[in-house]
Design a protein around this ligand. Structure first.
Ligand SMILES: *Cc1c(COP(=O)(O)O)cnc(C)c1O
Length: 432
């Protein structure tokens, strides 16, 4: 399998190079050269396959012949070491819980898969150390830190916006040590993301092997398509249309779902549910894509003003906005509406949603209002405990603390403050 740069100015590259580079030399995102549908027989009989078998079938064309079969099977097995339960919370409405991994964020799957692909490729190139550079608005950092902890030959540098991640998220990214370093940036998530992008094209850093572990990296992005297969497998009993509402920030997760649809998974519609960072909704309404500085909200993992994967979604749709709108809608919600939804869901079903899941729920309800009967799934992308203050105050109840979280709470936080790109650069140079 080859990957193209969406900026069209770099030559096509292998999966291995796409993973090791993260972003193409022309700063474009990598995109699979072609996507081949899966056999109809397989899709019809999904329920007969284990999650691991489904994952292998869905992913093998994207890794091509660069990862041998047994190795890919092993990577998948290590990646999918937890469950993805589908919880019914009303007639026709389900929450797909993606937060049962080690850091209780859906990003655990992508991070674990990418770390293991890099481990495999690094074993081939013994002496070449690689630095994974990642900007986080909250959950990515923790998932990447945990997924890469102790992986030989890989150093991880995480940039997070000071004061804009939750207390638990901060613990998860600053307490691991070993090959993981956290940099606390005096700025927003967008500033962190810009710094990462600049480092990739800085000629003075060309001797440092850098890659990204944001969803711009194909190995982080693509395995997220598996959630949709797993949910579909559980639901496939009925023959109603299935729609997914995805709480979206950088739009990697929803874009991976659209790749699953391209592989033949019969998903009727995708709903990109966002907080007030609504660049994509505005695009759908006006036809103008206008990135904006991100605004801080209670669903902070979605505080993104310039969603990097939207360009991949456009590519999937051949840059045809009309076609896009036939399978994709977007809705945006304020913090006030989000809190109201958390309260309502709890009151009606006893289910405790986190702010991101609640935004997903709202988008799903809004879409379903105006459409024929269908089965709706919203993705629950983080465990409510990670947004403990908000959730506890809204539902008026204390949340029990799960084991994964307990284990980091009293560890010591270590981070290095930086306030500009120069700060990042000198750190990287000092370490190389
Ligand atoms: C990262 C994240 C999102 C947004 O996912 P994207 O793929 O960036 O759209 C939503 N919810 C949570 C909890 C996240 O961590």
């Amino acid at each position: 399998m080859y990957y193209l740069s969406l900026n069209n100015n770099s030559s096509k590259t292998s999966f291995k190079e796409a993973v090791r580079k993260g972003i193409a030399p022309d700063r474009g995102l990598y995109f699979p050269e072609e996507i081949t549908s899966l056999p109809e027989e397989f899709l019809k009989n999904l329920h007969e396959y284990s999650n691991e078998e489904i994952a292998f079938k869905a992913l093998e064309q994207f890794t091509g012949n660069e990862i041998p079969k047994e190795e890919l099977e092993k990577i998948i097995k290590e990646t999918l070491c937890f469950d993805f339960p589908l919880v019914q919370i009303a007639d026709d409405i389900y929450a797909l819980e993606l937060f049962h991994g080690p850091t209780m964020a859906f990003k655990d799957v992508g991070a674990r898969f990418m770390a293991r692909c890099l481990r495999y490729f690094n074993a081939e190139e013994e002496d070449k150390e690689i630095t994974v550079l990642v900007a986080t608005s909250g959950d990515t950092g923790g998932a990447v830190a945990s997924g890469f902890l102790g992986v030989k030959g890989v150093n991880v540098v995480i940039l997070y916006p000071s004061g804009k991640v939750s207390a638990i998220q901060k613990k998860q990214l600053t307490t691991l040590g070993q090959n993981i370093t956290a940099l606390e940036v005096d700025g927003t998530f967008d500033d962190c993301q810009e710094m990462v992008k600049s480092a990739f094209i800085d000629p003075q850093l060309s001797s440092v092997s850098l890659t990204s572990a944001n969803s711009i990296n194909v190995a982080r992005w693509l395995p997220q398509m598996l959630y949709y297969f797993f949910a579909y497998k559980e639901l496939s009993a009925g023959n109603k249309k299935i729609v997914f509402s995805v709480p979206s920030g950088n739009f990697g997760n929803i874009c991976a779902g659209m790749v699953a649809a391209r592989l033949g998974l019969p998903i009727d519609h995708f709903i990109a549910s966002t907080n007030i960072n609504d660049t994509v909704l505005q695009f759908l309404e006006t036809g103008i894509y206008q990135p904006k500085p991100s605004k801080q909200t209670i669903s902070n993992a979605m505080d993104v003003g310039n969603p990097s994967n939207f360009i991949r979604i456009q590519k999937l749709m051949n840059n045809d906005t009309h076609r896009l709108k036939s399978v994709f809608s977007s809705f945006s919600y304020t913090d006030r509406e989000t809190k109201k939804a958390i309260k309502l869901i709890y009151k009606n079903s006893g289910y405790i949603a986190d702010p991101h899941g609640a935004v997903g729920y709202l988008g799903l309800k809004e879409y379903m209002k105006s459409t024929d009967k269908c089965t709706g799934v919203f993705l629950e992308t983080a465990h409510p405990i990670k947004f403990r203050d908000v959730v506890e105050s809204v539902i008026g109840k204390k949340l029990p603390i799960p084991g994964q979280i307990k284990s980091v709470l009293d560890k010591e936080e270590v981070s290095i403050p930086i306030n500009s790109y120069e700060g990042l650069k000198s750190y990287l140079i000092s370490k190389s």
